[in-house]
Write a protein that binds this ligand. Sequence first.
Ligand code: HEM
Length: 113
Amino acid sequence: MSAKSDATRWGSVAKCLHWLIAIAVIGLLVGGLTMTDMKVSPDKFRWYALHKSFGVTVLVLMLLRFAWRGIDGRPQAVPGVAPIVAFAAHSVHRLFYVALIVMPISGWVYNSA
Ligand code: HEM
C-alpha cells in the first residue's frame, strides 16, 4: 500500500489519520458523556484530564490531515454516481471537517472560561 493516494484509492497516511481521528472522536463522545455523570472523585478528574488530552490531539491530527491533504490530493470521484449524491457526500465530508475543528476548539474555550 502506497503512502500517497492515487486516482482510485486513499493512501496509507490518509487512512491512518482517518481511523485515528474516528476512534478518538468515538472515545471522546462516549467518555465525555460518561465523565460528566460521574460523582466528584479523583477518577472523575482523571477522566476529564484524559478527555482534554485526546480532544487537543484530535485538533492536532485534523491540522495534520489538512496539511497532508494539501500535499496528497484525493482519489477521483467514482464514475456513474448521480451529481446529487456526489454533492451530498462532498457536503457531509466538509461538515465533518468543520465539526472536527470547531468541537475541540469549543471544548478548549469552554474549559479555559
Ligand atoms: C473532537 C473533540 C471533542 C469531542 C467530540 C468532545 C465531546 C464532549 C462531550 C460529548 C462532552 C459531554 C457534554 C455533556 O454531557 O454535557 C464533553 C464535555 C467536556 N469537554 Fe469535550 N470534546 C472534545 C474536545 C474537548 C477539548 C479539546 C476540551 C478541552 C481542552 C474539552 C473539554 C471538555 C470539558 C471540560 C467537558 C465537561 C463539561 C461539563 O462538565 O459540563 N473537550 N466533551
